[in-house]
Design a binder for this molecule. Structure first.
Ligand SMILES: [Fe+2]
Ligand SMILES: [Fe+2]
Length: 185
């Protein structure tokens, strides 16, 4: 009990420091949303250039198909993000996303260091799934921020993309199962 009340005290003190007023918190959250939207806009644009490289390096037809389909989807997601900016009364703006830049660089290195065929394909899938998981985490978070701020249109748009990223991840998992068996043989 004693340790509990102590940590509770600390928690309360920290909370009253961080959350001064409701308006401050909402402003902070809105800033976070806007900032991360710019990151995401950079990331999706970068992916429209990175995915074609993955397609050129892939050999398994199912993987080529899955990546090609997601390239089309990604191009639509760029446009959808522009709608999100618009719904928030903002102009689309990109800010370099260091995390996505790193994931894309890793994918490039992986493709250079493997032989073309099932092993490189397995590597491409692992890189692509890391990208999808990053996107799923980001879209999920931003949808929650938009919901909290009462930005329903933005939340709905972000949710459409979130579902597409989950679909892409599932499609890659399905291709991975068949490729990993082949790569191990
Ligand atoms: Fe995306
Ligand atoms: Fe994606």
């Amino acid at each position: 009990m004693k340790t509990n009340s102590k940590s509770e005290e600390r928690g309360t003190a920290a909370a009253s420091k961080a959350v001064k007023t409701k308006t401050d918190a909402a402003e902070g959250l809105r800033e976070l949303l806007e900032d991360q939207l710019k990151d995401l806009y950079w990331a999706e644009n970068a992916l429209t250039k990175a995915i074609p490289k993955m397609i050129a390096n892939a050999t398994t037809p199912e993987l080529v198909d899955a990546l090609s389909e997601h390239l089309d989807v990604t191009e639509m997601q760029v446009t959808r993000l522009e709608e999100v900016f618009k719904s928030l009364g903002l102009k689309p703006e990109a800010k370099k996303c260091e995390a996505m830049d790193g994931l894309i660089k890793e994918a490039d290195e992986l493709m250079k260091s493997t032989e073309k065929g099932v092993v490189r394909d397995a590597g491409i899938i692992s890189a692509a799934q890391k990208v999808e998981h990053y996107e799923i985490a980001t879209y999920g978070t931003l949808r929650a921020f938009a919901n909290t701020l009462g930005e329903q249109e933005a939340a709905d748009l972000l949710n459409v993309t979130l579902d597409e990223e989950k679909e892409a991840d599932a499609a890659l998992s399905a291709v991975a199962e068949s490729i990993n068996v082949e790569a191990a043989e």
